[in-house]
Each structure stands twice: as C-alpha cells, then as structure tokens.
Design a protein around this ligand. Structure first.
Ligand SMILES: CC(C)(COP(=O)(O)OP(=O)(O)OC[C@H]1O[C@@H](n2cnc3c(N)ncnc32)[C@H](O)[C@@H]1OP(=O)(O)O)[C@@H](O)C(=O)NCCC(=O)NCCS
Length: 130
C-alpha cells in the first residue's frame, strides 16, 4: 500500500493529517491519517488514507484518528466526509461501516479501466450528536 502515500501527500496535507505516536516503540509510529479539506467542495472533507500498525489494530486507534479528523473538519465548516477503498479491502469496508459511513459500490472503473472502488460518505452531524 506504500504507493497510496507518495510524499506529496505529506508535504502538502500535513496540516490536516494526523500521526499517532507509540512512545514504547523505537520507530514511534502507531498509525496515521492523511486527510484534507476539499478545495473543490467547500462543505466536504476527504480522507485519503488511514493506516494502523498491524499489532495495534482492533484497539480503537483508527476510530480515534477519524474522530479527531471529524472535529478538525467541523472546525473548518465541513458537513460531510468522503473516502474510497478497493472492493477487496473488506477490513476497510467493515471499519467505515462501523464508523457510520454509507457504502456505495463497487463503482466500475472509478479510478480508471478495471479500477473499481467502494465509495464512503458520512455526515458530520453539525449542530447535533455525532
Ligand atoms: C482499516 C484499519 C485502518 C482499521 O484500524 P483499527 O485501528 O484496527 O480500527 P478500530 O480498532 O478503530 O476499529 C473500529 C471498528 O471498526 C470495525 N473494524 C475495524 N477493523 C475491522 C476488521 N478487520 N474486520 C471487521 N471489522 C473491523 C470494528 O467494528 C471496530 O470496532 P471493534 O474493534 O470494537 O469491533 C486497519 O485495519 C488498517 O490499517 N488496515 C490497512 C490499511 C487500510 O486498508 N486502510 C484503509 C484504506 S483507506
């Protein structure tokens, strides 16, 4: 999945991205989220990638990263978050479903010929309970 995160995402989107540090690990990285406020759609935020170190999965870390990003998006006046994944990524589909996203797909050829994708969308419930 390293191809999902070319350096440009880190260079240009670090102000709205998150890192979870593991103080007990020499490498220090527990997980991360790359997201941004959509320049094209002023009421939307977009999460490009979330990753949690394999030994830390199913402990609620991705949930916390998403909840923090939702707060950031609300603070930027965004009312909706979108993300996508491949149809084979069942962990991601289950995770996004658990996080309250609607799931649409597979959308054929969404990212080019033969590149089907699942689309996720979640309201930020601005002004109401999250
Ligand atoms: C998807 C991913 C980020 C989830 O991270 P995580 O820290 O394990 O997720 P959480 O512990 O916060 O899970 C929250 C809820 O999502 C659901 N969920 C998460 N992973 C799941 C899985 N593999 N199978 C089923 N449900 C899952 C569960 O309901 C979970 O709550 P529970 O553990 O109390 O049952 C992680 O599996 C990962 O890094 N995968 C590889 C990278 C990737 O595919 N990223 C998404 C592409 S954009």
């Amino acid at each position: 999945m390293t191809a999902m995160v070319p350096r440009l995402f880190l260079d240009h989107f670090h102000p709205t991205s998150l890192i979870a540090e593991d103080a007990e690990d020499a490498d220090g990285l527990g997980g991360f989220l790359i997201g941004f406020m959509s320049p094209a759609y002023p009421d939307e935020a977009y999460i490009h990638f979330v990753g949690v170190r394999p030994d830390l999965r199913r402990g609620g870390l991705a949930r916390e990263l998403y909840e923090r990003f939702f707060e950031l998006a609300r603070a930027h006046g965004r009312v909706r978050v979108r993300a996508i994944t491949g149809p084979a990524n069942t962990a991601s589909i289950r995770y996004h479903t658990a996080m309250g996203f609607t799931v649409r797909g597979p959308v054929p050829d969404r990212d080019g010929p033969g590149q089907d994708r699942m689309e996720f969308e979640r309201s930020l419930d601005v002004g109401g309970a999250a």
